[in-house]
Ligand binder design. Structure first.
Ligand SMILES: NC(=O)c1ccc[n+]([C@@H]2O[C@H](COP(=O)([O-])OP(=O)(O)OC[C@H]3O[C@@H](n4cnc5c(N)ncnc54)[C@H](OP(=O)(O)O)[C@@H]3O)[C@@H](O)[C@H]2O)c1
Length: 272
């Protein structure tokens, strides 16, 4: 059995703490550093980031790149960057690493801290394929050579999450105005989301062929539906930002000639 590398974790917030514990459980010798002094069982606490840089690998999980960048140094040997950012920020950090002789892995965590070390935790990473420590956190998935790709996937997938969760919250608020409880609508909502998921492969395909003819549901009828949804929310005294925004986007696609087309044609407006 080979000797395990030593690993430091910079940032012991909700996620960084879970990562440090996972590395300990995986048998690594772990050093931790946090701005506000904090300890994690069975790890060594570094008084300064420089002390943490002595490890073979440094895993960074800070709130933002703005916070992270001033902490980085060319004393780091291998940087595994798990701080969320834009693709451009990831590429700039990869370039900083290249010019400073630091080996670099860019990753994003598609999980909450409680899911770390479970099969549900997907760790998308791009650029350097040298990903040994990522196995301690979940399932590593390499998404490409460009260092910005993991961040791109991350934001795209989170966009789906934020849209779907907000749609659910709007639904709970709407039925709640008539005394329907979340417990009553949630099983229907969860089943509905799962059914909608089965439609994505076909929708994705159509965004590429741009053959939007449909015998399922035309945009015209969906624009009418979104007007009804907006009106019903307004009548119940609720905020209509979400339904109105969707209505306006769909209506723009309708005005631009997609009334008889499928919902997939809305991508023509989004791509503008
Ligand atoms: N939590 C999740 O479910 C989740 C899921 C996927 C990805 N992520 C990503 O993981 C990263 C960390 O998230 P988190 O949930 O752990 O956040 P968090 O609990 O708010 O922790 C933020 C971390 O950043 C540090 N920090 C903030 N400002 C700093 C500064 N000016 N200088 C030095 N350190 C500073 C904090 O140190 P102090 O303790 O001293 O404040 C703490 O260690 C984020 O990029 C997030 O998007 C989180």
């Amino acid at each position: 059995m080979g000797i395990k590398k030593t690993v430091s974790v910079l940032g012991l917030g909700r996620m960084g703490s879970a990562l440090a514990r996972a590395l300990v459980e995986e048998g690594y010798e772990v050093t931790v550093w946090n701005r506000t002094p904090k300890t994690i069982e069975n790890t060594r606490t570094a008084a300064t980031p420089q002390e943490a840089f002595k490890s073979d690998v440094v895993v960074a999980c800070l709130s933002t790149y703005d916070v992270q960048q001033p902490l980085l140094s060319n004393e780091i040997k291998v940087l595994v960057n798990l701080t969320s950012g834009t693709p451009e920020q990831a590429r700039q950090t990869a370039e900083w690493a290249r010019t400073n002789g630091v080996e670099y892995v860019d990753g994003v965590i598609m999980a909450v801290p409680q899911q770390i070390r479970t099969a549900q935790a997907k760790i998308l990473f791009s650029g350097n394929e040298n990903h040994h420590v990522l196995h301690a956190f979940g399932e590593p998935v390499h998404v490409g050579e460009d260092a910005g790709l993991a961040a791109l996937y991350d934001l795209a997938l989170l966009g789906i999450m934020w849209s779907a969760f907000t749609g659910y919250l709007q639904a709970v608020a709407l039925v709640g105005t008539e005394g329907v409880t979340p417990e009553q609508i949630t099983p229907m909502a969860a089943g509905w989301l799962a059914d909608l998921g089965t439609m994505l492969p076909e929708m994705g395909h159509v965004t590429q062929t741009r053959q939007y003819e449909t015998d399922v549901s035309a945009l015209d009828i969906n624009v009418s539906g979104l007007a009804l949804l907006t009106e019903a929310n307004r009548a119940q005294g609720l905020d209509v930002t979400l339904p109105k925004t969707l209505h306006d986007l769909y209506e723009r696609a309708q005005r631009n000639g997609h009334g008889a087309h499928s919902i997939a044609s809305v991508i023509e407006e989004i791509r503008k």
